[in-house]
Design a protein around this ligand. Structure first.
Ligand SMILES: [Zn+2]
Ligand SMILES: [Zn+2]
Length: 340
């Protein structure tokens, strides 16, 4: 089978390797679609330390073609979305339902303590517990279950109540998904801050009530003109400056969510007095739980999220390097790969 393998930083090689056999408790899935994520880009560019060679790709869906072992709920022909996070199910984080914080997490193609080969390949093997049935849902939409699950986990951290006001900083792919999910979760007013005009327009189409160009006007002044108070400020870029901006925006009782991946050595300034007197909170969000993944599949099946308007580019396996190059120059939005 063909795989797109990272053999070194900045190097994708299309390899021809033996098709894997599923062990007992595993499924062999023919990958129909795999989305390209910023994490893949970080592995490619060398910003994220990983051991090469490595087959990335953790946002996938496909068809079960073989089942390992004897008794199994799945059969060849089943259509599934793949949750890439394989928790140990033994540590305290796992036992408390926070499998995303597992002390010994394995990821199928994503970032974690242990990384096994991912879905930029014609076939991938996955533990039975990581496959979620998708029914008749189309594969491309199903491949959004992983990023949407991460977004669901993030919004869960904010404790959003219906009718609350939210500001999202950053209208990239994840920012647009956050806007949609805030809407689906009952946010009252949604403001999106984004410097690129097309992304602001898209934000309005997918559910933002207002958009602001932070390079054109002062974000905090613009937001106070639009809404009385901000309950939830979400940073979806990963820069220290925008994280500080988000903490400044959240009002009394407000929560700031750090969703963008910040540089490992970054620090920010906060006002502890604001945290104390205004009971403000700053929360983080990492990856997703099996529960969030299952809820993401349900939302996608019931058409609550518009996936089509977010996909701008589609490639075969050998287009992965082009996809990375376009992401580095911020061309387009979501890119997906069809390995078969
Ligand atoms: Zn991802
Ligand atoms: Zn664990």
């Amino acid at each position: 089978m063909k795989t797109a393998t990272l053999t070194d930083a900045q190097t994708v090689t299309i390899d021809d390797v033996e098709k894997p056999e599923p062990d007992p408790g595993e499924l062999l899935v023919e990958v129909r679609v795999c989305g390209v994520c910023t994490t893949d880009l970080h592995m490619y560019s060398g910003n994220l330390t990983v051991d090469y060679p490595l087959v990335p790709g953790h946002e996938s869906a496909g068809e079960v073609v073989a089942v390992g072992g004897e008794t199994n709920d799945f059969q060849p022909g089943d259509r599934v979305a793949i949750n890439p996070s394989v928790p140990c199910n033994e540590c305290r984080a796992c036992k408390s339902g926070r499998e995303n914080l597992c002390h010994d997490l394995t990821s199928i193609g994503g970032a974690a303590t242990h990384i096994i080969d991912g879905a930029f390949a014609e076939y991938v093997t996955v533990p039975v517990g990581n496959a979620e049935r998708i029914g008749e849902l189309d594969y491309r939409t199903a491949s959004f279950a992983e990023p949407l699950g991460c977004v669901i986990n993030g919004i869960d951290q904010t404790g959003l109540s219906s009718g609350e006001t939210a500001v999202v900083i950053g209208g990239g792919f994840i920012g647009q998904l956050l806007v949609q999910m805030l809407r689906a979760s009952g946010a009252g007013t949604i403001v999106l801050s984004e410097p690129i005009a097309e992304r602001r327009e898209l934000g309005l189409e997918v559910g933002a009530d207002y958009v602001v160009d932070p390079t054109d006007e002062d974000l905090s002044a613009a937001v106070s003109d639009l809404v009385d108070t901000v309950d939830i400020a979400i940073e979806a870029v990963g820069f220290p400056e925008t994280i500080e901006q988000a903490t400044d925006l959240a009002g009394p009782g407000g929560r700031t969510l750090v969703f963008g991946i910040p540089p490992e050595d970054a620090t920010v300034e906060i006002s502890p007095s604001n945290l104390f007197f205004d009971e403000r909170e700053i929360v983080g969000s990492y990856s997703l739980t099996p529960d969030a993944f299952a809820r993401a599949v349900t939302l996608l099946q019931n058409d609550r999220i518009d996936v089509d308007s977010l996909v701008t580019d589609e490639f075969e396996l050998d287009g992965l390097e082009t996809a990375f190059e376009e992401m580095e120059s911020r061309e387009g939005l979501k890119k997906v790969i069809y390995p078969n």
